[in-house]
Every structure is written in structure tokens, then in C-alpha cells.
Design a binder for this molecule. Structure first.
Ligand SMILES: Cc1cc2nc3c(=O)[nH]c(=O)nc-3n(C[C@H](O)[C@H](O)[C@H](O)COP(=O)(O)OP(=O)(O)OC[C@H]3O[C@@H](n4cnc5c(N)ncnc54)[C@H](O)[C@@H]3O)c2cc1C
Length: 408
């Protein structure tokens, strides 16, 4: 195709999973290019909780990345759920190993800084993809602005509304009836909170608030609440000041503890991020879905967007990166290979990746889904049923953090 750029591996999306995938491939000696539609790296969302499985994956990406991040965030010692309806306080196991909450900007930059210069291309928005009959059905990517890129392999890390996911045949994502607001609060003289992840829950208003310290000065918080109409929430978009004001009102009206109200009121306005109706890929779609077409596959939220109820979406994306790079490297990528042989080997490697990840992701997204449904204000008999499901399927509620994605 005249004028088209050619690359062996193109990763679409420069979020956590796209950057982690590029870095995992780089560590295996495989070159890739990351196409990111934004003009810079996105650190929206303030911070991210990383459980033991996520740290294991980060360690595989290099101790220079993981140890650097460890130094930015305190070790969380325990997790508490406080019900404001009856005052009952319950401790939840954090799982074996470390839990820390890392600023998103630090994570994204640590991954990007470890990549060879020029790997990330900003301002490249992929609008469609097709298989080119004139090049043994390798993928062609069409970019906003008319540019075309021919690739041997495409990995879609383009988030929940993935263009690549749609092409490989994934079903549309679904949404919970809850929206969320996240932010960071800076206590310049230091906060006095223990190193604990605390959630306050109010059933009558279906509101859940979480707070987790990042270091001695910063805390990350989130509020999950029943979505209002899309029209109302549309006015919140791109207006962080308004979102902070509305959320402060919501927590005051619902009489959350004074320290929580104060934390939200005094949060850094530029850190505020609003998600209208949290999204998820239905667990049953992960059981049966097809995640590959030719030499194209998906990873991260593009594959398994899930609610934030277990704090595992980002870590699952890190695991994807390790498993996919390991499989592709075993296929002999990095060396010279005939096109037909490459297609066959890459197809097999991607199938192995999908098989390995499907097992993990079906369990993780089912547990996240059921946990999310339990705060949705459902009829009592449905709640009892879901609690029984949890007891049977997820007796050890923190087992999801014990998972080890293995060596790169
Ligand atoms: C409220 C909330 C709280 C959360 N808390 C946690 C937590 O504590 N712990 C945790 O592990 N996870 C958490 N998650 C989940 C986590 O944020 C996501 O799983 C993670 O950010 C997904 O990363 P990703 O790279 O797959 O996708 P994204 O972060 O969506 O990145 C996709 C990237 O692709 C780019 N892109 C999209 N389309 C195109 C295109 N067509 N062409 C080029 N580029 C494109 C986007 O600009 C973006 O940079 C939370 C999520 C939410 C909503």
C-alpha cells in the first residue's frame, strides 16, 4: 500500500496495559510501536491500588520500575468496611503480600520511561482496522487524519470502548447503575491516618466511599454512588470544580464522617475524575468470547473492563502484558521468519495467551461483578442469593491477589 508505514507489532493505546505490553515485549528483545490518541500520557483517576498479584507482574517488568514505585507508596496494613447504617466495622483480609496505592502518573511515567525512545507515538487515533488481502491478510490500521499503518501484529490496549476489540468480535460492554468520582487530597503538614484502606458504606443512599493513603502527605479517595440521569451527569463532564462541589454536597447530605467530608472538599481539583456508570464486560462474554482474529488480539480493559470493586482492573492488565509477551517470545518473534510461518506461530501464541488468561479472567471478573452487584440496591432475595454465590465460589475473598502470572 503506497505511503503506508510498516511495523512488526503495533499496540493501540498508551494506557497502563499498552505501555506494560510494550515494555514486556522490549524486555524480551521484541520491538513494538504504541499508538496513543492523546497528545500526552493520561494519568486520569489520581491513583491506583495495586495488590500483590500486580506487584508480582510489575517485578517482571523490571525492578527498576517496581522498586521505584514501591518507594512512592506506603504499605497498606489492613482493610476495613464501616457500615454507617448500623455502625458495624468489619475487617477484610488484604491477602498475602503487599498492597500499595500508587499515583497513576508515577505508574504511567515509570512504564513509559523504561521504553526505548520513540516507542510511543502521540496524536495517533485509530479509527478502523481491516485485514489486507494483498499482504497475506495482515492488519491495516486507519488513523484519524488519513494515515495508514500496516502491521504484522496488532494488540488492542485501547480501553473499554476498544475499536480493536469490536473488530475481533467482542460483545459490547455493559454498565453498572453506579457512577464514581475519584480524587487526591494533599495534607501539606502530613495526615494522621493509619496505613489502612477504609470504606464507609451507607445502604439507604447506596453510597460507598473509600480512602487509602499513598504516602504521609497524600491520600486517594473514591465515591461510588447511584448514577443520576445521563443528562445531569453530562453537565459534570470536564468540570472538575462542579464535580467536587456536587460530591461534597452528596457526602454532607448523607452524613458521612466529618473527616471524609473535609477530605473531599479540600481535594486537589485537577485530580478529580468522574466516571459516569461504571463499565464491565460480562463474565459470561469472557467465557465464550473470541479474543483473536488473525494476528490481532486485545489486552487490558479492551479485553476485560471490570468495575473497581476489587481494585484489580489495572493489575489484570499488567498480568496480560507478561503472559502475552511470554507467549509471543516463545513463538520466535524477534528473529527473521517467513510471513506464513509467522502468521501460524503468532496465531498459536495468541491462542495460548487467550487460554491462559481466560481461566484467570472469568474468575476475577465474576467476583468483581458479584461484589459490584451487592452495592446496587437490589431486592433482598437477590442479595441473599449473591451472598451465597460469593460464599460458594469465593470462600477466600482475597484469593484473587494470590495469583501469580509467572515469569516473563
Ligand atoms: C473508578 C475506578 C477505580 C479503579 N481503581 C482501580 C484500582 O484501584 N486498581 C486497579 O488495578 N484498577 C483500578 N481500576 C481499573 C483501571 O483503571 C483500568 O483497568 C486500567 O486503567 C485500564 O488500563 P488500560 O490501559 O487497559 O485502558 P485505559 O486506561 O482506558 O487506556 C487506554 C488508552 O488507549 C487510548 N486509546 C483509546 N482508544 C484509542 C484509539 N482508537 N486509538 C489510539 N489510542 C486509543 C486512550 O487514550 C488511553 O490512553 C479502576 C477503574 C475505575 C473506573
Amino acid at each position: 500500500m503506497e505511503g503506508a508505514e510498516e511495523h512488526q507489532i503495533v499496540i493501540v493505546g498508551g494506557g497502563i496495559s499498552g505501555l506494560a505490553t510494550a515494555l514486556a515485549l522490549h524486555r524480551k528483545g521484541i520491538k513494538s510501536v504504541v499508538l496513543e490518541r492523546g497528545d500526552s500520557l493520561r494519568d486520569e483517576g489520581g491513583a491506583i491500588g495495586i495488590l500483590a498479584n500486580g506487584w508480582r507482574a510489575l517485578d517482571q517488568l523490571g525492578l527498576s520500575v517496581s522498586d521505584h514505585l514501591r518507594q512512592t507508596a506506603v504499605l497498606i496494613q489492613r482493610s476495613l468496611m464501616i457500615s454507617l447504617d448500623d455502625g458495624i466495622q468489619k475487617e477484610f483480609p488484604l491477602g498475602v503480600g503487599e498492597t500499595r496505592c500508587v499515583k497513576r502518573g508515577y505508574l504511567i511515567n515509570a512504564l513509559a520511561d523504561a521504553l526505548p525512545f520513540g516507542t510511543i507515538r502521540f496524536g495517533c487515533s485509530v479509527i478502523s482496522i481491516e485485514l489486507d488481502s494483498s499482504t497475506s491478510y495482515f492488519p491495516i490500521l486507519h488513523l484519524l487524519g488519513g494515515k495508514t499503518i500496516i502491521a504484522k501484529i496488532v494488540i488492542g490496549c485501547d480501553g473499554g470502548r476498544s475499536v480493536i476489540g469490536k473488530f475481533v468480535g467482542l460483545k459490547p460492554i455493559k454498565q453498572f447503575s453506579h457512577s464514581s468520582v475519584r480524587g487526591l487530597t494533599n495534607y501539606p503538614k502530613g495526615h494522621t491516618f493509619k496505613h489502612e484502606f477504609i470504606r464507609w458504606r451507607k445502604n439507604d443512599s447506596s453510597t460507598l466511599i473509600g480512602r487509602i493513603p499513598i504516602d504521609e502527605q497524600y491520600v486517594y479517595w473514591f465515591v461510588a454512588f447511584k448514577s443520576s440521569s445521563p443528562q445531569v451527569e453530562e453537565t459534570w463532564k470536564d468540570n472538575q470544580e462542579l464535580v467536587r462541589e456536587k460530591i461534597s454536597e452528596l457526602v454532607s447530605v448523607n452524613k458521612f464522617p466529618e473527616e471524609v467530608i473535609e477530605m473531599i472538599k479540600t481535594s486537589e481539583v485537577e485530580s478529580i475524575s468522574f466516571t459516569h456508570s461504571l463499565k464491565y464486560r460480562a463474565p459470561w462474554d469472557l467465557v465464550f468470547g473470541s479474543f483473536r482474529k488473525g494476528t490481532i488480539t486485545v489486552a487490558g480493559d479492551a479485553l476485560h473492563v471490570m468495575g473497581p470493586f476489587l481494585g484489580q482492573g489495572g493489575s489484570a492488565g499488567l498480568e496480560d502484558a507478561i503472559v502475552l509477551a511470554r507467549r509471543l517470545s516463545k513463538a520466535g518473534l524477534g528473529g527473521e521468519m517467513e510471513d506464513e510461518m509467522m502468521k501460524k506461530r503468532v496465531g498459536e501464541a495468541m491462542d495460548d495467551y487467550i487460554k491462559e488468561r481466560r481461566r484467570r479472567l472469568v474468575g476475577l471478573s465474576t467476583q468483581t461483578y458479584v461484589t459490584g452487584m451487592l452495592i446496587q440496591g437490589l431486592p433482598l432475595f437477590v442479595k441473599i442469593f449473591l451472598i451465597l454465590v460469593m460464599r460458594v465460589l469465593f470462600r477466600d475473598v482475597s484469593s484473587h491477589s494470590k495469583y501469580d502470572c509467572g515469569r516473563l
